[in-house]
Structures are given as C-alpha cells and as structure tokens.
Design a protein around this ligand. Structure first.
Ligand SMILES: Nc1ncnc2c1ncn2[C@@H]1O[C@H](COP(=O)(O)OP(=O)(O)OP(=O)(O)O)[C@@H](O)[C@H]1O
Ligand SMILES: [Mg+2]
Length: 372
C-alpha cells in the first residue's frame, strides 16, 4: 500500500454494552465475565490499546470484533454497520496475533499475496499491491526468501504486511510483539506505529506491556475482570489515574496511607501525610469515610538538603538515565527515581532530606485486592 493507496476512507469501531460470559467449571452457579458491559469507541484512523492483566478479557474483546467469538449481548459497529451477526470474512478486519504463524512453505511474497489470492484478485493487481506493501515495510529484498531465512523482526514485518495488504477497515493486534526480545520489540513497536499512522488504519491493539501501550497509542483503555477501568491518553492516565489499580498498572507508583484525611471535596483533599498537612488532588471516586491511599510517583520525591522529610537510603541501583533509591520515610518503604545524577555519591544507609512534589500527589480509592 503506497501513500497514494491511502484511498480507503477510515472507519471507526463502536462497542456498545458488550457482554460475554463463559460457564465457570470450578465455581458452582457462577459465570466468568470476559466482557462485562463494555462500551468503547475507536475513532477512524486511531490506534487504541487495551491494557490489562492476564485474563481480564482483552483477547475475547478482539475476537468478538473480528467475529471469531459471539457476544452474549451487546452491539459492535464497524463504521455504520452493526457486525455482531456478520461472519468474520465479511467484516473486513485484519488480525495479527502473538504467534503470527507465517506459512513456512511459502516465500515472503507468497505469504503476503495469500489473502489477495483468496479474494480472486487479478495477477497484476496482486503483484502491484504486494510489491508496494513490501516496499513500505522495507522487506522487498527478501521477497523470494522463506520465513526461516529471515530474522524475527523481518518475519514480524511480513506478518504485518500480510495483515495490511488486503486493506482492512480495522486492524486488530493481539500482543504481536511478545515473541521478540526486548530491543527488537522496542524497535518494532516504533515501526508498527509509523506504518499504522502512514496507512491510517483504525487499530485496536492488545498488550499487557504498559510501556508498549504508552509508546504506540493515541488512547489507552485499562481493563480489569471484563470491565473498563479507565480510558484516556497515556499522559492523562499516568497523571490522573482513577484508582489504585490503574495507578499501579501504568507507570510505577508508591501508595502510602495518609495519617488523616481531613476533607475531600471538588477534586481536592486536605490530608496529613508522613506528619505533614497538605492539600493534594483527589480522584473523583474518593469518598469521605472510605479507605484511600496517596499515590507518590518515584520521580516526585526530590532529594535536597532543604527537604522537610527525613529519609534513610535502604538501597540504590544505577540505571543509566536515573538512579533508583529505596528510601525509608516515616516507617514506609518508598521507591525514588533520581534523574538529576547530582546525588550519585549517596550510599546505602545515608540519612538524607527529601521533599515531595505535592502538586503531583493524588488521593485514590484503595484497591483492597492489593497489598499496600
Ligand atoms: N473458550 C473459553 N471458555 C471458557 N472461558 C474462557 C474462554 N476463553 C476465555 N475464557 C476466560 O475468559 C477470561 C478472559 O480471557 P481472555 O483470553 O480474553 O483474557 P486476556 O486478557 O486476553 O488474557 P491474556 O493477557 O492472558 O492473554 C479468562 O478468565 C478466561 O479464562
Ligand atoms: Mg490474550
């Protein structure tokens, strides 16, 4: 698909009140909700990532959009068309899975051409389309090689070429990079994002790797047990998580129980934390009288002689761009990231002073499934 082939008008995906239950074999009279009243939308040309722990229902949701799994109830729209009763091959959806399984007995060219042949397309058109997509993916030199004669990253691009060549309206990715080593995965996710933007295909991408989600998405959807916890840009979710689960799932965070919550109102809370009285932001879901914790991101603790809190360095580790300290502050163990490098001489056991960036702290409803 060349630049000029961006001809197809991008369409969006709408999921409305989708439910999928499976019978539970291990618990009597209880169903498993793979999707529990899920409503979401992906705008035309947008790349949206579903992020959540294992078993939260990501793959099930993709399979329902693709048509491989029937919803128990609810609606799925691709563009203006309600597709939940339409078979997979009529939905114009491309899919790229974790195990992308290229046909080993077919050349790169034939792997990519396969879907077009199924559509009974003319030989010349197939040739033109395959050539231009191989060029776009920068794998045209490998056209006549077989999958076992190219690298993992190149295979990945062949798989992507194969998913895109039929010009689907929607592309679904289910952990497509999880088979690759860390470095290649990072490189491929940038490539994937560039290609997705260039071609402009509406995409729904599943991962449980938060940095992958943050790097490639226009929008991130955090899922848990078949439900959507929060939707937003990576930045919105990172800075303003709704609750402890979301905060812990995107980025690193310390959660500290405040000494006292004096009041919560209008998105602000007055609290005493580590012996200091302060006003901080509060999630709209915090309720007076319910258990709440304060989110402290590791970069929001500053080591400085003027700091008003005493801390002791429990351990330190060097990571290149930053030094990570585990600090003991007021009886709590808190992870701190120091990007300044000006405290490189500090040693384990040192007594230091720190301050909190109170503007970035946030009161969140505690997640009682999780230890804090
Ligand atoms: N065919 C099935 N029969 C019964 N239960 C199923 C079936 N498929 C999925 N489930 C259950 O539905 C839930 C959601 O599964 P799903 O595969 O969608 O999770 P996931 O978020 O993709 O997880 P992972 O990150 O591990 O791939 C899980 O509890 C799973 O055990
Ligand atoms: Mg899955």
């Amino acid at each position: 698909m060349s630049e000029g082939q961006k001809k197809q008008e991008a369409v969006g995906v709408e999921i409305r009140d989708l439910v999928k239950t499976f019978p539970a074999y291990d618990q009597k009279n209880k169903e498993i909700y793979a999707a529990n009243h899920v409503t979401l939308s992906v705008k035309p040309g947008e790349m949206v990532t579903l992020l959540g722990p294992s078993g939260c229902g990501k793959t099930s949701l993709l399979r329902m959009v693709a048509g491989f799994l029937m919803p128990s109830s609810g609606e799925i729209y691709i563009g203006n068309r309600e597709v939940s009763k339409i078979p997979p091959n009529k939905r114009n959806v491309g899919m790229m899975f974790q195990s992308y399984a290229l046909f080993p007995h077919l050349s790169v060219y034939d792997n990519v051409a396969y879907g077009l042949k199924l559509k009974h397309m003319g030989k010349q058109e197939i040739h033109d389309r395959v050539r231009s997509i191989l060029q776009l993916m920068q794998i045209e030199d490998y056209a006549s090689r077989f999958p076992n004669e190219i690298s993992g990253g190149q295979q990945q691009r062949v798989a992507l070429a194969r998913a895109v060549v039929t010009e689907p309206s929607v592309l679904l990715f289910d952990e497509p990079l999880s088979n690759l080593d860390a470095k290649l995965r990072e490189y491929m996710r940038e490539e994937l994002r560039k290609i997705q933007k260039r071609v402009g295909i509406t995409s729904l991408y599943v991962t449980h790797d938060q940095s992958e989600a943050m790097a490639i998405s226009d929008k991130v959807i955090i899922m848990r047990s078949g439900t959507i916890e929060q939707t937003g840009t990576a930045m919105e979710i990172y800075a303003r998580p709704k609750n402890q689960f979301v905060a812990g799932f995107i980025g690193k965070a310390n959660f500290v129980q405040p000494d006292v919550i004096h009041s919560i109102s209008g998105g602000r809370a007055e609290i005493t934390l580590l012996g200091r009285r302060m006003m901080i932001e509060a999630s709209e879901e915090c309720r007076n009288g319910e258990r709440c914790v304060v989110m402290i991101r590791p970069e929001d603790i500053r080591i400085s002689p003027e700091g008003d809190l005493k801390a002791r360095i429990i351990s330190k580790a060097y990571f290149g761009q930053y030094i990570r300290h585990f600090l003991e502050i007021g009886g709590c163990e808190i992870e701190q990231m120091d990007f300044t490098q000006s405290n490189a001489a500090l040693q384990e056991g040192d007594e230091i002073a720190v301050s909190l960036v109170t503007d970035s702290l946030r009161l969140l409803p505690a997640d009682d499934n999780k230890e804090i």
